[in-house]
Design a protein around this ligand. Structure first.
Ligand code: NAD
Length: 472
């Protein structure tokens, strides 16, 4: 059951699998083995996919809200039906375990988001209705949406992009990361079992010279780009998209701070603290990436966190015993190693160990200053740096001392006190006594360089529409 080999890994254009003249290898980061091959699309292939999306839009955009909802619910059913197969593919190409908060959990999230998004509505809003006239706000689909996704949650993020686009009457061309394309290809194939041709297309690319993502951002027949990935790429997309005035939703990097107030119960917070930082091996945009602990509880919190962390099994994700997997690729592994080295040069390693291939041990480094590279930069790996603080003003200042502003957390047994600290943090989401717990009914997005716009809920759905106001 778990040992599936992907046999269909073409581009998905106009409902058909299409094989390009070139293909590239997709490697399992746990074993170094070949998982499968993906097509290396040319710009002409991309043009064909966009044309299919544009043609399908003519009919799809005219469907009623109930018809769109019904299609989205059918897509949700298919995601659920194929979840074990796609979870296995995610584990093989991404590395995260089947178990724990791994690929099965990702598929559960994908289905939950798809279902919730299917039920969202875009009602006409009456702004005025009196003797002077009636004014209505309508929301109209934009056209072909280009979705560009990263390698950390390949299927869940694709669903975050695709479902709201479909629900609001747009068609889609999705381009997955070259590191994890196969699960997205399969997802789109499965969606195509119930969707009309051309509504969702998938173009894979090895990203030589960033060609396909760049061509999507430039293309005059794509009306909107929704992107999740690094800040640098998001900025490039914004520049490339400017001449065509594309609508943009950019979900980018974060360097989320967590602040521990002196009144916490160290043992009670250890588990949520660990998962806030180490979910998906830390390769999560809104993971806790730097931890500020008040001096009164510093030693006890460190001790409880290390005690919890050292029992987490790290290994090949196909092994049901594994709870965390490897770093997904060597490029990211190098970044993590460089930042760990910087951390070790100043701090004290509370938990660590030897690396093995792309497996990096869960690493916790204490005694860092605000200017250490491990605190200043997003590590995006299984590593957490800790800074001790004395006053809450100092902790808030350090937490806000970042170009990013995705998420943050405050840990305290006094919720009102925690909320008052939360309101002073410069970030799009703040959690109290947990970190990174996103949900489909709450908008999610970053401030500062972490992004533009939001995903999820009605606010996220609105980003897939243009407003038209009708005055009568
Ligand atoms: P990345 O920016 O390197 O790649 C993301 C996608 O962009 C890939 O599909 C890639 O092929 C494509 N791309 C590369 N160059 C492009 C260009 N010039 N134009 C258009 N597309 C291009 O990011 P990554 O390494 O895959 O992911 C890691 C980063 O993503 C981290 O910084 C992390 O914080 C961030 N991230 C953010 C969120 C969020 O919701 N905020 C979620 C997950 C990951």
């Amino acid at each position: 059951m778990n040992d599936i080999t992907p046999t269909t890994n073409g581009l998905i254009i106009d409902g058909e699998s299409f094989f390009s003249s070139q293909a590239f290898d997709v490697i399992n980061p746990s074993t170094g083995e070949l998982v499968g091959k993906a097509q290396d699309a040319s710009v002409q292939d991309l043009d064909r996919a966009i044309k299919a999306g544009k043609t399908a839009f003519e009919t799809w955009s005219k469907l009623s809200s109930d018809e769109l909802k019904s299609y989205c619910l059918k897509v949700t059913e298919k995601i659920t039906e194929y979840s074990e197969e796609i979870a296995t593919l995610i584990t093989k190409e991404q590395g995260k375990p089947l178990n724990g908060l791994g690929s099965r959990w990702e598929m559960g999230g994908a289905a939950a988001w798809a279902g919730y998004t299917s039920h969202l509505e875009l009602p006409v809003k009456t702004l005025q209705d009196n003797e002077e006239g009636r004014v209505e706000l309508h929301r109209k689909p934009i056209g072909v949406v280009g979705s560009i996704t990263p390698w950390n949650f390949p299927v869940m993020i694709a669903v975050w992009h695709i479902l709201p686009a479909l629900r609001s009457g747009n068609t889609v061309v999705v381009k997955p990361s070259p590191y994890t394309p196969l699960s997205t290809v399969r997802l789109v194939e499965v969606m195509n079992m119930v969707l009309p041709k051309g509504v969702v297309n998938c173009v894979t690319s090895s990203d030589k010279n960033e060609n396909i993502g760049k061509a999507m951002s430039e293309h005059s027949d794509i009306g909107k780009i929704v992107f999740t990935g690094s800040c640098e790429t998001g900025q490039k997309i914004m520049q490339t998209a400017a001449p065509t005035m594309k609508r943009l939703t950019l979900e980018m990097g974060g360097n989320d701070a967590g602040i521990i107030l002196p009144d916490v119960d160290p043992v009670a917070i250890a588990e949520p603290l660990f998962w806030g930082a180490f979910i998906n091996g830390g390769q999560t945009c809104a993971a806790l990436k730097r931890l500020y602990i008040h001096e009164d509880v510093h030693d006890d919190v460190c001790q409880a966190l290390v005690k919890f962390a050292k029992n987490i099994p790290v290994g090949d994700g196909m092994n049901e015993e594994s709870i965390l997997g490897p770093v997904q690729n060597s490029m990211q592994f190098e970044i993590v190693s460089r930042l760990v080295k910087a951390g070790k040069s100043e701090g004290r390693v509370l938990l660590g160990g030897e690396t093995n291939g792309l497996f990096h041990p869960i690493t916790i480094i204490d005694g860092l200053s605000q200017n250490n590279a491990l605190i200043k930069n997003e590590q995006f790996g299984p590593v957490l740096g800790i800074v001790k603080y004395s006053t809450i003003e100092e902790a808030i200042e350090m937490a806000n001392d970042s170009e990013n502003g995705l998420g943050g957390s405050v840990w305290s047994s006094d919720i009102d006190k925690a909320k008052s600290v939360a309101s002073q943090l410069e970030c799009g989401s703040v959690w109290i006594n947990k970190h990174g717990a996103i949900q489909p009914n709450a908008p999610f997005g970053g401030v500062k360089k972490s992004g533009l716009g939001v995903e999820f809920a009605e606010e996220g759905l609105h980003e897939y529409t243009d407003i038209q106001v009708i005055f009568s």
